[in-house]
Design a protein around this ligand. Structure first.
Ligand code: TYD
Length: 335
């Protein structure tokens, strides 16, 4: 099988490429990636030189580049991991989110339609559903996105639905809870907090720290997308969740403990604008129809993640210089 992965140099895309090359010795992968700040060519050092792995630099919103990738590689399946994903960045500058998450998804749908590609799997988020106080979002929950990021993802997901209904373009949409694990850019809360603590810095906890997120380990997410790319039905939506809910404060305490720190390292900072209180997602459909279950507990996955950042300082230390620090200091300087 030939699989085109967009955003393959980012956190989830690169983990998926490693997973596919390892799991399916006959599969070929083309990584089509724009190499934005969140991508890292070092994410795939072990794939370089593998005859079943190719890289092409390109932007999914660029029609010509997308066409070239489809025409040259002729994929059986496309996995769309390319996205601008960081809520705080979307609050400061929404435009890049619209370009990649909406226009980019449109360009991929058009290319899949033009080339008669077998399937497009859209990797999306539970954040399109908004915040939920009790219970969990199902595949039928209405979209109520609250940040420019989630609104942009919702726009892309709506286009997927429309292309299926209007043109029968074979697309499957996934909504996942928050991911974590090795190779995640240290702007998302887990790698940011781990790396701050490893550098002896405090961790900026937003608001009262009682917002709730559901966390899935990257390897479990790869296994879910594996099931969906092979057996997910076109036009269907699948939620990917773990059932592992935690408040940000509990999460922070776990990271403090794993890194040998205590609560004095918490810096309570001003809350994020429009901060969703809780996300929770029901993955019963994926379990019942495609036989998938998460395998890694949060305790296990978090310990493995802390260990990875400890063992791979050369991967993240350069990422935490200059621009990135300024960016956060500007935004959260006042409490
Ligand atoms: P994040 O990793 O940005 O993911 P998302 O906003 O997509 O869920 O944030 C996860 C949670 O952690 C969210 O409730 C915001 C909170 N958070 C902090 O408290 N401090 C931080 O510095 C960051 C980045 C996030």
């Amino acid at each position: 099988m030939k699989i085109l992965i967009t955003g393959g140099s980012g956190f989830m895309g690169s983990n998926m490429i490693r997973y596919l090359l390892r799991t399916y010795p006959e599969y070929e992968v083309l990584n089509f990636d724009k190499l934005t700040y969140a991508a890292n060519p070092n994410n795939l050092i072990e794939a370089d030189g593998n005859p079943r792995y190719q890289f092409m630099k390109g932007d999914i919103a660029d029609e010509i580049a997308v066409e070239e990738a489809f025409a040259n590689f002729n994929p059986d399946v496309v996995l769309n991991y390319a996205a601008e994903t960081h809520v705080d960045r979307s609050i400061l500058d929404p435009k890049a989110f619209l370009m990649t998450d909406v226009v980019g998804t449109y360009q991929l749908l058009e290319a899949v339609k033009r080339h008669g590609t077998g399937k497009l799997v859209q990797i999306s988020t539970d954040e399109v559903f908004g915040s939920i106080e009790t219970g969990a979002f199902t595949e039928k929950s209405p979209f109520e996105p609250n940040s420019p990021y989630s609104a942009a993802k919702a726009g892309g997901d709506h286009l997927c639905r429309a292309y299926w209904v209007t043109y029968q373009t074979p697309v499957v949409v996934t909504h996942s809870c928050n991911f974590y694990g090795p190779y995640q850019y240290p702007e998302k809360v887990i790698p940011l907090f781990i790396t701050n603590l490893l550098e002896g810095k405090k961790v900026p906890l937003y608001g009262d720290g009682l917002n709730v997120r559901e966390w899935i380990y990257t390897e479990d997410h790869c296994r879910a997308v594996d099931r969906i790319l092979h057996d997910g039905k076109a036009g269907e939506i699948y939620n990917i969740g773990s059932g592992e809910e935690t408040t940000n404060l509990d999460l922070t305490n776990k990271i403090l403990e794993l890194t040998g720190n205590n609560e004095s390292m918490i810096d309570y900072v001003k809350d994020r604008a429009g901060h969703d209180r809780r996300y929770a997602i029901d993955h019963t459909k994926l379990s019942n129809e495609l036989g998938w279950e998460p395998k890694t507990s949060f305790t296990e996955g978090l310990a493995a993640t802390v260990k990875w950042y400890l063992d791979n300082k050369e991967w993240w230390v350069p990422l935490k210089s200059g621009e990135y620090e300024d960016y956060y200091q500007k935004q959260y300087v006042d409490r």
